[in-house]
Design a protein around this ligand. Structure first.
Ligand code: LIP
Length: 269
C-alpha cells in the first residue's frame, strides 16, 4: 500500500509541478496570512489538485494540508505543503517545492519533495533509502566544520523562536565555509540528504514544511534532532537540526553555547 501511495504522491507532485513551473515567473494574486507570510492563488490551486488526487486514489485517507484542508485526530494521514517556499515563488525565485508526506503515529513513512524549476524529484520511504530522480542519495562525509557549507532557516514569526537565532548564526558563520538561506525548508533538507549541504537548522516552522525532509535525511544516513538536542522535533515551537551526522555534536554545541538549550538528549538514526 505504501508503494501505491508513493506512486500517487510522485505523479501528483509532477502534475502540480508542471503548473507551478509555468507560473513562478509570471503574475500572481498575492495575499498575506501574516506580516511576511504570503499566500498566492497558486498555493490554493496546487493544494486543490493534490488533495483531490489523493482523495480520488485513497478515499478513506485523511489529509492535512497547509492552506485549507484539515482532517484531524487520525493516526495516519497525508501531510501536504502545496508550495513550500511561497515567498521565493511569489518573487519569481526558482527555489520552491511541492512537499508531500504520509504520516503514521506522528512519524513520516513516505516523503516526496519536488522542485519543478530544477527538475529535482526527491523521495524516500521508511527503511527504503533516499532518492533524487530515482537514484540513491547519501549525506556528505564532511567532518570538518571549516570545510562545511551549511544552511539556516528563519521563521515567519521570529518571536516564537526559543533560541538566539542570530547569535548562533554568527558563532557558526565564523567557523564554517558559509551559511545559505535557501528560503525553502524542504529543498534545503533534500540538499542535506543529497550531500550538497552538510547541515541545516531552523526553529518555529510548521510540520508540513519538514516531515518529508526529515525522512529523506534519515534515509540518506544523516542525523536529526531538535536544536536543543532532544528528539521531539514536532513539539511546538517545532525545531530541527538536520546534518550528515558527523557535524551534529559540534553544531549542537555551537547552537547552544549561549546556554539556552543545555539539557537536551540526542536522537540518532
Ligand atoms: C516556509 C519555508 C521557509 C521557512 C519558513 C516556512 P512556506 O514555508 O519553507 O523556508 O523558513 O519557516 O515554513 O510558508 O513557504 O510553505
Amino acid at each position: 500500500m505504501l508503494d501505491r501511495r508513493m506512486a500517487v504522491a510522485k505523479a501528483l507532485a509532477l502534475q502540480s509541478g508542471a503548473m507551478l513551473r509555468e507560473a513562478y515567473a509570471g503574475d500572481k494574486v498575492i495575499t498575506h496570512k501574516g506580516r511576511i507570510d504570503l499566500l498566492t492563488n497558486f498555493d490554493l490551486q496546487s493544494e486543490g489538485l493534490l488533495v483531490e488526487g489523493i482523495r480520488e486514489a485513497f478515499p478513506d485517507d485523511a489529509v492535512v494540508a497547509e492552506e485549507a484542508h484539515f482532517d484531524s485526530d487520525q493516526a495516519a494521514y497525508w501531510l501536504i505543503d502545496p508550495i513550500d517556499g511561497t515567498t521565493n515563488f511569489a518573487h519569481g525565485l526558482p527555489d520552491f517545492t511541492i512537499c508531500i508526506a504520509y504520516m503514521q503515529e506522528e512519524q513520516p513513512q513516505l516523503g516526496v519533495i519536488y522542485n519543478p524549476a530544477r527538475g529535482e524529484l526527491f523521495s524516500a520511504m521508511r527503511g527504503g533509502g533516499a532518492y533524487r530522480n530515482d537514484r540513491p542519495i547519501k549525506v556528505s562525509q564532511q567532518s570538518e566544520l571549516e570545510q562545511s557549507l551549511l544552511s539556516a532557516g528563519y521563521p515567519y514569526n521570529p518571536g516564537t523562536v526559543d533560541f538566539d537565532l542570530f547569535g548562533a548564526w554568527q558563532r557558526i558563520f565564523y567557523r564554517s565555509q558559509g551559511i545559505r538561506h535557501v528560503g525553502c525548508a524542504s529543498l534545503t533538507q533534500a540538499w542535506v540528504a543529497a550531500g550538497t549541504l552538510d547541515a541545516y537548522w531552523e526553529e518555529g516552522f510548521r510540520p508540513w514544511d519538514f516531515a518529508a525532509g526529515i525522512l529523506l535525511v534519515q534515509e540518506a544516513g544523516g542525523a536529526i534532532s531538535r536544536i536543543d538536542g532532544s528528539p521531539d522535533i514536532f513539539r511546538e515551537p517545532c525545531s530541527l537540526l538536520a546534518s550528515n551526522g558527523l557535524l551534529h555534536d559540534e553544531l549542537l554545541e555551537l547552537l547552544n553555547s549561549d546556554g539556552s538549550h543545555a539539557d537536551g538528549m540526542r536522537q540518532r538514526r
